[in-house]
Design a protein around this ligand. Sequence first.
Ligand SMILES: [Zn+2]
Length: 279
Amino acid sequence: MANPCSNPECRRPRRFWRSLAGSRKDGQGVELNGQWYCSLSCLEGGARRVLNHLLPETHARQQPRHRVPLGLLLLSKGVIDDHTLRAALNAQQECGQGRLGDWLRRLGAATEDQITKALSVQWSCPVFPLEKHPRFLECAGLVPLPILEAARMALAHYQPKSGSLYVAFADGIDHSALRALEQMFDCRTEACIARESALRQALQQIRNLSRPPEIVIDRLGDPVEIAHEVCRYAEDSKTNEVRVVSCDDYIWARLGGNDKPSSLLFRITGRPVSSGHGR
Ligand SMILES: [Zn+2]
Protein backbone atom coordinates (compact mmCIF):
# COMPACT_ATOMS: atom_id res chain seq x y z
CA MET A 1 0.00 0.00 0.00
CA ALA A 2 1.27 3.47 -0.85
CA ASN A 3 1.83 5.92 1.92
CA PRO A 4 -1.49 7.82 2.24
CA CYS A 5 0.06 10.62 4.29
CA SER A 6 0.01 13.92 2.38
CA ASN A 7 3.44 14.89 3.60
CA PRO A 8 5.85 13.94 0.79
CA GLU A 9 8.65 13.74 3.37
CA CYS A 10 6.71 11.42 5.69
CA ARG A 11 9.20 9.15 7.43
CA ARG A 12 6.85 6.28 8.14
CA PRO A 13 8.14 3.16 6.45
CA ARG A 14 6.12 1.37 3.79
CA ARG A 15 5.67 -1.67 5.97
CA PHE A 16 3.87 0.52 8.51
CA TRP A 17 1.18 1.34 5.95
CA ARG A 18 0.98 -2.28 4.86
CA SER A 19 0.33 -3.22 8.48
CA LEU A 20 -2.72 -0.97 8.49
CA ALA A 21 -4.18 -3.35 5.89
CA GLY A 22 -5.26 -0.80 3.39
CA SER A 23 -7.24 1.65 5.43
CA ARG A 24 -6.44 4.48 7.71
CA LYS A 25 -8.29 4.20 10.98
CA ASP A 26 -10.76 6.81 12.11
CA GLY A 27 -9.45 9.10 14.75
CA GLN A 28 -5.89 8.72 13.52
CA GLY A 29 -3.89 11.62 12.15
CA VAL A 30 -5.25 15.03 11.23
CA GLU A 31 -6.96 16.35 8.13
CA LEU A 32 -5.80 19.78 6.99
CA ASN A 33 -7.80 21.49 4.22
CA GLY A 34 -8.98 18.08 3.05
CA GLN A 35 -5.52 16.45 3.03
CA TRP A 36 -4.75 13.77 5.56
CA TYR A 37 -1.53 13.72 7.62
CA CYS A 38 -0.49 10.73 9.69
CA SER A 39 1.08 12.61 12.60
CA LEU A 40 1.49 16.06 14.09
CA SER A 41 4.96 16.41 12.64
CA CYS A 42 3.65 15.63 9.15
CA LEU A 43 0.77 18.04 9.80
CA GLU A 44 3.26 20.77 10.65
CA GLY A 45 5.03 20.31 7.33
CA GLY A 46 1.67 20.42 5.53
CA ALA A 47 0.60 23.54 7.43
CA ARG A 48 3.86 25.25 6.47
CA ARG A 49 3.22 24.53 2.79
CA VAL A 50 -0.38 25.81 3.05
CA LEU A 51 0.81 28.96 4.81
CA ASN A 52 3.58 29.60 2.31
CA HIS A 53 0.84 29.70 -0.27
CA LEU A 54 -1.66 31.74 1.79
CA LEU A 55 0.55 34.42 3.32
CA PRO A 56 1.35 36.24 0.08
CA GLU A 57 -2.42 36.37 -0.55
CA THR A 58 -2.99 38.26 2.68
CA HIS A 59 -0.36 40.79 1.61
CA ALA A 60 -1.59 41.28 -1.92
CA ARG A 61 -5.17 42.25 -1.34
CA GLN A 62 -7.12 42.33 -4.55
CA GLN A 63 -7.77 45.79 -5.85
CA PRO A 64 -11.48 46.39 -6.17
CA ARG A 65 -12.71 46.12 -9.72
CA HIS A 66 -13.81 49.36 -11.24
CA ARG A 67 -17.35 50.25 -10.29
CA VAL A 68 -19.56 53.19 -11.06
CA PRO A 69 -18.89 55.62 -8.19
CA LEU A 70 -21.72 55.86 -5.68
CA GLY A 71 -22.03 59.63 -6.13
CA LEU A 72 -22.44 59.28 -9.87
CA LEU A 73 -25.11 56.61 -9.42
CA LEU A 74 -27.11 58.81 -7.08
CA LEU A 75 -26.65 61.71 -9.47
CA SER A 76 -27.93 59.70 -12.43
CA LYS A 77 -30.99 58.58 -10.42
CA GLY A 78 -31.73 62.21 -9.60
CA VAL A 79 -31.37 61.59 -5.85
CA ILE A 80 -28.74 64.31 -5.54
CA ASP A 81 -27.61 67.17 -7.72
CA ASP A 82 -24.16 68.18 -8.83
CA HIS A 83 -23.85 70.87 -6.18
CA THR A 84 -24.67 68.45 -3.33
CA LEU A 85 -22.28 65.83 -4.64
CA ARG A 86 -19.48 68.37 -4.74
CA ALA A 87 -20.28 69.51 -1.19
CA ALA A 88 -20.21 65.92 0.10
CA LEU A 89 -16.96 65.11 -1.72
CA ASN A 90 -15.35 68.28 -0.34
CA ALA A 91 -16.47 67.43 3.20
CA GLN A 92 -15.12 63.89 2.81
CA GLN A 93 -11.82 65.16 1.48
CA GLU A 94 -11.40 67.82 4.16
CA CYS A 95 -12.16 65.38 6.93
CA GLY A 96 -10.00 62.69 5.32
CA GLN A 97 -12.36 59.89 6.26
CA GLY A 98 -15.90 58.58 6.13
CA ARG A 99 -17.81 57.05 3.29
CA LEU A 100 -19.44 59.29 0.74
CA GLY A 101 -22.83 57.82 1.60
CA ASP A 102 -22.42 58.84 5.22
CA TRP A 103 -21.50 62.37 4.21
CA LEU A 104 -24.54 62.62 1.93
CA ARG A 105 -26.75 61.46 4.79
CA ARG A 106 -25.14 63.90 7.17
CA LEU A 107 -25.85 66.70 4.72
CA GLY A 108 -29.46 65.53 4.53
CA ALA A 109 -29.06 64.90 0.80
CA ALA A 110 -29.93 61.17 0.76
CA THR A 111 -31.66 58.69 3.03
CA GLU A 112 -30.18 55.43 4.24
CA ASP A 113 -32.56 53.50 1.97
CA GLN A 114 -31.41 55.49 -1.06
CA ILE A 115 -27.76 54.83 -0.24
CA THR A 116 -28.44 51.11 0.37
CA LYS A 117 -30.28 50.81 -2.93
CA ALA A 118 -27.48 52.61 -4.79
CA LEU A 119 -24.89 50.29 -3.21
CA SER A 120 -26.89 47.27 -4.37
CA VAL A 121 -26.82 48.66 -7.92
CA GLN A 122 -23.11 49.48 -7.60
CA TRP A 123 -22.29 45.92 -6.47
CA SER A 124 -24.96 44.19 -8.57
CA CYS A 125 -26.52 42.29 -5.71
CA PRO A 126 -29.85 42.42 -3.91
CA VAL A 127 -30.78 44.40 -0.82
CA PHE A 128 -31.40 42.15 2.17
CA PRO A 129 -33.52 43.43 5.08
CA LEU A 130 -31.29 42.08 7.84
CA GLU A 131 -33.37 43.92 10.45
CA LYS A 132 -36.41 41.78 9.59
CA HIS A 133 -34.65 38.40 9.51
CA PRO A 134 -32.85 37.61 12.77
CA ARG A 135 -31.60 34.25 11.43
CA PHE A 136 -28.14 35.80 11.32
CA LEU A 137 -28.07 35.04 15.05
CA GLU A 138 -28.24 31.29 14.32
CA CYS A 139 -25.08 31.27 12.21
CA ALA A 140 -23.25 34.03 14.08
CA GLY A 141 -20.83 31.54 15.67
CA LEU A 142 -19.55 30.14 12.37
CA VAL A 143 -17.16 33.00 11.76
CA PRO A 144 -14.95 34.66 14.40
CA LEU A 145 -16.11 38.08 15.48
CA PRO A 146 -12.85 39.88 14.48
CA ILE A 147 -13.38 38.66 10.91
CA LEU A 148 -17.05 39.71 10.84
CA GLU A 149 -15.99 43.12 12.09
CA ALA A 150 -13.02 43.51 9.77
CA ALA A 151 -15.10 42.61 6.72
CA ARG A 152 -18.17 44.49 8.06
CA MET A 153 -20.42 41.56 7.33
CA ALA A 154 -22.99 39.24 8.91
CA LEU A 155 -23.99 35.78 7.75
CA ALA A 156 -27.62 36.35 6.84
CA HIS A 157 -28.50 32.70 6.40
CA TYR A 158 -26.76 29.34 5.99
CA GLN A 159 -28.25 26.31 4.28
CA PRO A 160 -25.77 23.49 4.86
CA LYS A 161 -27.80 21.05 2.72
CA SER A 162 -27.60 23.14 -0.42
CA GLY A 163 -24.22 24.51 0.62
CA SER A 164 -25.39 28.12 0.32
CA LEU A 165 -24.23 30.87 2.59
CA TYR A 166 -25.87 34.29 2.31
CA VAL A 167 -23.61 37.08 3.43
CA ALA A 168 -24.73 40.65 4.12
CA PHE A 169 -22.44 43.65 3.73
CA ALA A 170 -23.15 47.33 4.26
CA ASP A 171 -20.03 49.00 2.84
CA GLY A 172 -19.62 47.02 -0.37
CA ILE A 173 -18.61 43.43 -0.88
CA ASP A 174 -15.40 42.01 0.53
CA HIS A 175 -14.41 39.35 -1.98
CA SER A 176 -11.50 38.14 0.12
CA ALA A 177 -13.97 37.32 2.91
CA LEU A 178 -16.35 35.54 0.53
CA ARG A 179 -13.52 33.41 -0.85
CA ALA A 180 -12.37 32.54 2.67
CA LEU A 181 -15.89 31.45 3.64
CA GLU A 182 -16.21 29.29 0.53
CA GLN A 183 -12.93 27.55 1.30
CA MET A 184 -13.68 27.18 4.99
CA PHE A 185 -17.16 25.69 4.63
CA ASP A 186 -16.99 24.16 1.15
CA CYS A 187 -19.96 26.27 0.22
CA ARG A 188 -21.22 28.73 -2.32
CA THR A 189 -21.66 32.31 -1.13
CA GLU A 190 -24.30 34.81 -2.16
CA ALA A 191 -23.62 38.42 -1.29
CA CYS A 192 -26.27 40.96 -0.45
CA ILE A 193 -26.38 44.55 0.79
CA ALA A 194 -27.97 45.47 4.10
CA ARG A 195 -28.68 48.87 5.57
CA GLU A 196 -25.71 50.24 7.45
CA SER A 197 -27.77 50.68 10.63
CA ALA A 198 -29.10 47.10 10.37
CA LEU A 199 -25.60 45.67 10.03
CA ARG A 200 -24.31 47.76 12.90
CA GLN A 201 -27.16 46.52 15.08
CA ALA A 202 -26.66 42.91 13.95
CA LEU A 203 -22.95 43.06 14.88
CA GLN A 204 -23.90 44.50 18.26
CA GLN A 205 -26.30 41.60 18.87
CA ILE A 206 -23.67 39.11 17.71
CA ARG A 207 -21.13 40.59 20.16
CA ASN A 208 -23.52 39.83 23.01
CA LEU A 209 -23.83 36.13 22.15
CA SER A 210 -21.67 33.43 23.66
CA ARG A 211 -19.25 32.18 21.04
CA PRO A 212 -16.95 29.25 20.31
CA PRO A 213 -13.37 29.92 21.48
CA GLU A 214 -11.58 32.52 19.32
CA ILE A 215 -7.95 33.31 19.99
CA VAL A 216 -6.24 36.23 18.26
CA ILE A 217 -2.46 36.05 17.97
CA ASP A 218 -0.75 39.25 16.92
CA ARG A 219 2.93 38.63 17.04
CA LEU A 220 3.44 35.87 14.47
CA GLY A 221 3.81 36.46 10.75
CA ASP A 222 6.11 33.69 9.66
CA PRO A 223 4.76 30.45 8.12
CA VAL A 224 7.05 28.30 10.29
CA GLU A 225 5.88 29.95 13.53
CA ILE A 226 2.21 29.95 12.56
CA ALA A 227 2.34 26.30 11.46
CA HIS A 228 3.95 25.39 14.76
CA GLU A 229 1.28 27.24 16.73
CA VAL A 230 -1.56 25.65 14.75
CA CYS A 231 -0.12 22.20 15.45
CA ARG A 232 0.31 22.98 19.13
CA TYR A 233 -3.37 23.89 19.38
CA ALA A 234 -4.35 20.87 17.29
CA GLU A 235 -2.47 18.67 19.73
CA ASP A 236 -3.99 20.34 22.81
CA SER A 237 -7.52 20.13 21.49
CA LYS A 238 -6.97 16.56 20.19
CA THR A 239 -8.71 17.54 16.99
CA ASN A 240 -8.47 15.57 13.79
CA GLU A 241 -9.67 18.32 11.51
CA VAL A 242 -8.05 21.66 10.75
CA ARG A 243 -8.85 24.20 8.07
CA VAL A 244 -6.69 27.21 7.32
CA VAL A 245 -7.68 30.10 5.06
CA SER A 246 -6.59 33.67 4.47
CA CYS A 247 -9.19 36.37 5.10
CA ASP A 248 -8.38 40.07 4.87
CA ASP A 249 -5.75 40.79 7.52
CA TYR A 250 -5.98 37.37 9.10
CA ILE A 251 -4.87 33.83 8.71
CA TRP A 252 -7.84 31.94 10.13
CA ALA A 253 -7.35 28.39 11.41
CA ARG A 254 -10.50 26.53 12.41
CA LEU A 255 -10.00 23.44 14.51
CA GLY A 256 -12.42 20.68 15.36
CA GLY A 257 -14.79 20.66 12.38
CA ASN A 258 -18.42 21.40 13.17
CA ASP A 259 -18.67 19.40 16.40
CA LYS A 260 -16.59 21.54 18.67
CA PRO A 261 -15.03 24.30 16.64
CA SER A 262 -12.47 26.76 17.87
CA SER A 263 -10.63 29.39 15.90
CA LEU A 264 -7.13 30.74 15.87
CA LEU A 265 -6.61 34.07 14.17
CA PHE A 266 -3.17 35.30 13.22
CA ARG A 267 -3.25 39.00 12.47
CA ILE A 268 -0.79 39.65 9.70
CA THR A 269 0.75 43.09 9.87
CA GLY A 270 3.13 44.98 7.64
CA ARG A 271 0.90 45.07 4.60
CA PRO A 272 0.19 48.18 2.60
CA VAL A 273 -2.69 50.15 4.07
CA SER A 274 -5.87 49.51 2.15
CA SER A 275 -8.52 52.12 1.57
CA GLY A 276 -11.27 49.57 2.12
CA HIS A 277 -13.22 47.80 -0.52
CA GLY A 278 -14.62 50.30 -2.94
CA ARG A 279 -16.65 52.72 -0.93
ZN1 LIG B 1 3.16 11.17 7.62
